[in-house]
Design a protein around this ligand. Structure first.
Ligand SMILES: Cc1ncc(COP(=O)(O)O)c(C=O)c1O
Length: 355
């Protein structure tokens, strides 16, 4: 992997074009002489690039699971397969997934083997998707509500990064109070699926209500709700109006975070949002759309579409299946979650329901 560790040989890192603003590159770049960018989630393009390099040159493929600006999901299995074929190691950023996906909140890679990971004893020799990834990074902010972050990998890999990465070495370590808070938060979320289920249920509700109002949402299978505006000034004005007139803060996302013309309001429902809050948000968005004559889904579709809001687009199935959410058939129409079951009952039901 590393320039130093590999006797001065160069190391290439591969990133998709969209994520370079967020990835904790300070961990990786000291080890790399060159970065290549592949088109987001285009594994054929990634393979083309991998083919051009001598197999003996160390390579890192860096990617995310939940891509925060569109809510789309990285192709973990396909990318790991390519990494193995071309002798690359993988660095997976699960910052927008930890706490929220997987039976224990370890992230999307854990979620991809939901049933197996639910009952898998620690240190089990069974290989799962998580084991295919060389380094997984997560944050202690966002879902865990504290600050800081971590990487997970083999003991040797972690030791190399600990010993060589300037981004890690030349910084103050986390204070004990923060670490205690993070530990409590991880321990709690590891065992409680309720917050994950409530967040996903709120997401389904919000997406369904916005679809009914013809307000354009970039289709995706995750908890991110990117509401397409398509113009930087209008997007900022809509964000300002939501704050000033409705008391709701929603960040406008403009270039260079997203391509020009794909500006959006990025909404992330939490488990703590009540029906009342959700109703207020939906009515406020509708008011902003009406007052400013913002483009509706049908209008985008009629004019060629943008950012995935296109004619004929099929909404991808959510990562959390109905069975995993414990949504019973009789209440699915109302998107109500079974909340009266104890966490362990819910988990046991999920284990048997997982396809
Ligand atoms: C994809 C991604 N990775 C890493 C980070 C950094 O996380 P933190 O702010 O906890 O350091 C962010 C921050 O938003 C992010 O979006």
């Amino acid at each position: 992997m590393l320039t130093t560790a590999y006797e001065g040989r160069d190391c290439f890192s591969y990133h998709h074009r969209l994520h370079s603003h967020h990835l904790p590159l300070s961990l990786l770049l000291p080890f790399c002489c060159c970065c290549c960018f592949w088109c987001y989630n285009d594994t054929a393009h990634l393979e083309e690039l991998l083919k051009t390099l001598d197999p003996s040159i160390p390579k890192i493929i860096a990617f995310e699971t939940v891509y925060s600006m569109s809510g789309t999901i990285g192709k973990v299995n396909d990318i790991c397969r390519l990494a193995k074929k071309y002798g690359a190691i993988t660095f997976l950023d699960e910052v927008h997934a930890v706490g929220m996906y997987g039976p224990h909140g370890a992230g999307v890679a854990e979620h991809l083997d939901f049933a197996g990971n639910l009952n898998r004893p620690q240190n089990s020799p069974v290989q799962t998707v998580m084991d295919q990834v060389d380094i997984i990074s997560g944050t202690l902010g966002k879902a865990f509500g504290v600050v800081g972050g971590y990487i997970a990998g083999s003991a040797a890999m972690v030791d190399v990064i600990r010993s060589y990465a300037p981004g890690f070495i030349f910084t103050t370590s986390l204070p004990p109070a923060i670490v205690a808070g993070a530990t409590a938060s991880i321990q709690y979320l590891r065992n409680s699926p309720h917050e994950r289920i409530a967040q996903q249920t709120n997401t389904r509700t919000l997406k369904a209500e916005l679809a009914a109002l013809d307000i354009p949402v970039v289709p995706n299978p995750s908890h991110i709700v990117p509401v397409l505006v398509g113009d930087a000034e209008v997007c900022k004005a809509a964000s300002d109006e939501l704050l000033r007139s409705h008391g709701i803060y929603v960040q406008s996302i403009n270039y260079p975070t997203v391509p020009r013309g794909e500006e959006r309001l990025r909404i992330t429902p939490t488990p703590g949002h009540t029906d009342e809050m959700m109703g207020h948000l939906i009515r406020s968005l509708e008011s902003v759309w009406q007052r400013n004559g913002l483009k509706r889904t049908s209008q985008w579709k009629a004019t060629g579409g943008r950012a995935g809001v296109v004619e004929g687009a099929v909404d991808p199935a959510p990562i959390w299946t109905e069975a995993q959410l414990g949504l019973s058939a009789s209440v699915l129409g109302h998107l109500k979650v079974v909340t009266d079951a104890a966490p362990q009952d819910t988990l046991a039901a999920q284990a048997t329901a997982q396809p």
